[in-house]
Design a protein around this ligand. Structure first.
Ligand code: NZQ
Ligand code: ZN
Length: 388
């Protein structure tokens, strides 16, 4: 393990078909005023809204609603949410939805009492929170981001064409999250599979780095194998509880800080993908799938040993009698086959990207240097071009 670290995760998770039964007990820990945050209406169609509001009523809460959180929540929506939270003096923000709703709730929680422009403070200057934080609880309906158990809050600014994530500290993690796999059954296939790849990408971002022998990499391989297995089942049978519950649990562990402990991490697929998102407003997981094969084939020579291990341990490539290049090539081919099998978006044009946007996307890509290759701008352009 590298360096010194502290591991603690403050989010209390309730998992399973009856997980919502614990909401009432959680609500009793907070004051009367609840800001109920949700998206474009899926929770009204699948009955989750009804179940949650019944519990809020039974708990005697005063509920203020903040609906219409869009996928890839915007800075304008954030300003609106801050006003509503402040004006109603809310004691808890209850997010009911996917990563966008959970991220937005966290962004409002740190921004409502921020005396400066939160976009500039948290997203451009990346400063820590030094004002009152409103606690957040989540009822998760879409699996992928890990937002239910982390401090991430990604916000998009369409005016400046920037999509930026701030990873806040422990004090901003959801206080509790309710994970009922059944709530995810109504997800459209496009969102479901985008979520599968988001999970895979989170694990790979933390796996493809370093040369040390690290327990986190073994955990990552286990999570990846379970994800590949269960996602294939869920593709055929979306209401297979076993598969959907495994996937929900993998997503949480993929990005709740555990597998990043004691190692370096990459995150360049996400940085490029977010910039693609800023230009296209495309579904997050699909921005990652569209560039991943070009990215991994590009960095392969710099991390050959890990790519060999990936091919053998995750994709079951038989290394007997094969050269290193053959082994890693076969591993990445199997990954690509799997991605096509899921029906993921495999190129940027399908997301609305054209040649003229590539410079802007490269310029908007935040630079990270923890992976196998510290990418100069021209290599980002070349990866983008290979992904078109
Ligand atoms: O808005 P509604 O009507 O609820 O519809 C949503 C939305 O259209 C729908 N949906 C969610 N649950 C559903 C459902 N439809 C039917 N049945 C259900 N049970 O799915 C659509 C997508 O939802 P969204 O929340 O946008 O998806 P996701 O969970 O992928 O979140 C994406 C956002 O999270 C950020 C992304 O950048 C993006 O902004 N991320 C957050 C991270 C974090 N906190 O750590 C890390 C990730 O890498 C990611 O960047
Ligand atoms: Zn992601």
């Amino acid at each position: 393990m590298l360096g010194n670290f502290c591991y603690a995760n403050p989010t209390r998770l309730y998992f399973g078909e009856n997980a919502l039964d614990f909401l009432q007990e959680e609500l009793s820990r907070y004051g009367k005023n609840i800001l109920l945050v949700y998206g474009g209406g899926s929770i009204k169609r699948n009955g989750v809204y009804e179940q949650v509001t019944a519990i809020l009523r039974e708990s005697g809460k005063t509920v203020f609603e903040d609906a219409g959180v869009m996928p890839n929540p915007t800075v304008d929506k954030l300003y609106e949410g801050c006003k509503r939270a402040r004006e109603n003096n809310v004691d808890l923000i209850l997010a009911v939805g996917g990563g966008s709703v959970c991220d937005y709730a966290k962004a409002v929680s740190v921004s409502a009492y921020c005396e400066e422009d939160p976009w500039e403070k948290y997203y451009l200057r990346m400063e820590d929170v030094d004002n009152r934080i409103i606690p957040v609880g989540c009822v998760l309906t879409m699996v992928g981001t890990g937002s239910e158990m982390n401090g991430g809050a990604v916000i998009t600014n369409h005016r400046t064409k920037q999509k930026i994530g701030h990873v806040f500290g422990d004090n901003v993690f959801p206080r509790f999250s309710i994970l009922n796999p059944v709530f995810t059954y109504t997800l459209p296939k496009y969102q479901m599979t985008a979520g599968f790849f988001d999970i895979m990408s989170h694990i790979l971002e933390q796996y493809f780095s370093g040369t040390d022998d690290n327990t986190s990499d073994y955990i990552a391989e286990g999570l990846l194998k379970s994800l590949i297995h269960s996602s294939r089942i869920a593709m055929k049978e979306p209401e297979d509880y076993e598969a959907r519950s495994n996937i929900m649990w993998i997503a949480t562990w993929a990005l709740n800080t555990l597998i990043a402990k004691g190692k370096s991490t990459d995150w360049m697929v996400h940085m490029i993908g977010q910039s693609v998102g800023a230009y296209t407003d495309a579904t997050h997981g699909m921005t990652l799938s569209a560039i991943s094969m070009a990215y991994y084939r590009h960095i392969l020579p710099y991390g050959l040993e890990k790519f060999k291990r990936y091919a053998v341990n995750v994709w079951n490539v038989d290394p007997q009698g094969k050269s290193g290049e053959e082994i890693v090539g076969e591993g990445l081919d199997r990954m690509e086959d799997y991605m096509r099998e899921l029906g993921l978006v495999m190129n940027l044009r399908s997301l609305g990207v054209d040649e003229a946007m590539l410079d802007g996307i490269a310029d908007g890509t935040i630079h990270m240097d923890g992976g196998y290759r510290d990418l100069p701008r021209e290599e980002i352009i070349s990866i983008l071009r290979d992904s078109l």
